[in-house]
Design a protein around this ligand. Structure first.
Ligand SMILES: Nc1ncnc2c1ncn2[C@@H]1O[C@H](COP(=O)(O)OP(=O)(O)OP(=O)(O)O)[C@@H](O)[C@H]1O
Ligand SMILES: [Mg+2]
Length: 389
């Protein structure tokens, strides 16, 4: 799915907040750049211009934006649907026109059109797919699932893939993969201005599967709250260099994980089939909804699932209002042997858990390839959930 970079042009903070929430809540992930990033970086894909004040001064602004970002979708927002203003905006280079406040459905439709146009336009950069793994609680197996999925995505797709460890204070991604990094995510966010292909090559470590690793920080208080904006910019820069971005976001909601959730094409919520996990997962899903990050992108993953389930899967689906996307069995011996040898599960040979990673990864690489039976089963499961709800 396309990931767009949006810019909001307005002097009104209320307008900016409202439009930012709208952009964040659609099915297509949009990362919102600030004015500084707009001046220094690549042009945005989408610009929302506040023309509610002085219309005559807003039009030259739209013309300048059109000249500097010829491929961008420009949305003009005015107080009234005055035919003269609509015509002037279109002549200046706007693609869409809305009255304030924009109708959400119509606005999201325009974002979808912009994404589709960008995908088909000549010379469009390949859009990265960002996969964020988030734990319903500590120890649920988030790093295990993220690392093994990263390896499988890199191995099966043969496309450029990077895994990023967001956990402050010695994240385990590099350890699980048996590599020794010299640099960490902090070196990336502290040097965003020089983060080109060459510099990035210095910062990452390459695993034999092809997966590149931007390892976790060795400081206990970073990345922290003040790093959220820099992380969002890092994800934008990485999206220009990689086709798949895998993020181990840990299990705490803070500005860093929120930056990751906003950029996600798919968010995998890793839960165990037990009461604390499901209770926390409910709360996290509620928080994701409050943050405006679109719930359609959430996939529930049940890890360490073994009979007898403390809570049956159907009850879990009903409690969460989401179908279970994937189940990984509990297999401590295989997981811990792989972990202690630094060899990912996918490369250790035959086991049920290794083949489940294969199934899971193929769904990521080709979401449309889901079998009709599986799609039907999912639809009827969703209907059941809806009726329980
Ligand atoms: N499917 C599984 N079966 C058995 N053991 C598992 C499974 N998945 C993970 N584990 C084990 O659970 C432990 C925690 O796994 P992991 O470090 O991936 O969790 P986490 O959610 O990332 O933890 P943290 O909150 O500390 O980051 C590890 O010892 C791992 O080997
Ligand atoms: Mg972890």
């Amino acid at each position: 799915m396309a990931q767009l970079v949006g810019l909001i042009v307005s002097n009104d903070d209320g307008f900016k907040k409202h439009v930012e929430r709208l952009l964040r809540s659609g099915a297509i992930p949009v990362s919102v750049m600030d004015d500084r990033a707009a001046r220094d970086g690549a042009p945005p894909d989408l610009v929302i211009v506040d023309t509610r004040g002085d219309v005559s001064s807003a039009m030259p602004g739209i013309e300048r934006l059109r000249a500097s970002a010829p491929g961008a979708g420009i949305f003009a927002i005015a107080l009234e649907a005055d035919p003269d203003v609509i015509l002037q905006s279109m002549r200046a280079g706007a693609n869409e026109f809305f009255t304030w406040p924009p109708d959400e459905e119509t606005f999201h439709g325009a974002v979808r059109r912009t994404a589709a146009r960008r995908e088909t336009s000549q010379g469009a950069r390949p859009s990265a797919t960002t996969l964020v793994f988030f734990g319903a609680k500590g120890g649920a197996g988030t790093t295990t699932v993220a690392v093994n999925s990263g390896v499988e995505v890199a191995r099966l797709s043969k496309r450029s893939t990077i895994i990023i460890d967001l956990k402050p204070g010695l994240g385990e991604v590099a350890l699980f993969l048996g590599v020794r990094p010299r640099y960490s995510i902090l070196d990336a966010i502290d040097n965003l201005h020089r983060l080109d292909k060459e510099f990035l090559r210095e910062l990452v470590v390459k695993h034999k599967s092809g997966l590149e690793i931007l390892s976790g920080s060795d400081q206990f208080d970073r990345p922290g709250a003040p790093d959220g904006g820099a992380l969002e910019e890092l994800f934008r820069l990485l999206a220009r260099q990689y086709e798949y971005i895998v993020i181990d976001a840990g299990s705490q909601i803070n500005s860093c994980t929120v930056a990751a959730l906003y950029t996600a094409d798919q968010m995998f919520l890793i839960a165990n089939p037990d009461v604390p996990s499901i209770r926390n997962a409910q709360r996290l899903l509620e928080r994701v909804r409050q943050l405006g990050a679109c719930g359609e992108r959430v996939r529930v993953v049940l890890n360490r699932a073994a009979e007898p389930y403390p809570i049956p899967p159907k009850q879990i689906e009903a409690a969460l209002g989401h179908p279970i996307h994937q189940t990984f069995p509990s297999d401590y011996k295989t997981v811990s042997t792989a972990l202690n040898s630094g060899v990912p599960l996918a490369l250790t040979g035959n086991s049920d858990i290794a083949s489940q990673f294969d199934v899971f990864t193929r769904k990521i690489l080709d979401p449309a390839a889901e079998s009709p039976q599986a799609a039907n089963a999912k639809a009827s499961r969703l209907q059941r959930i809806a009726s329980i709800w």
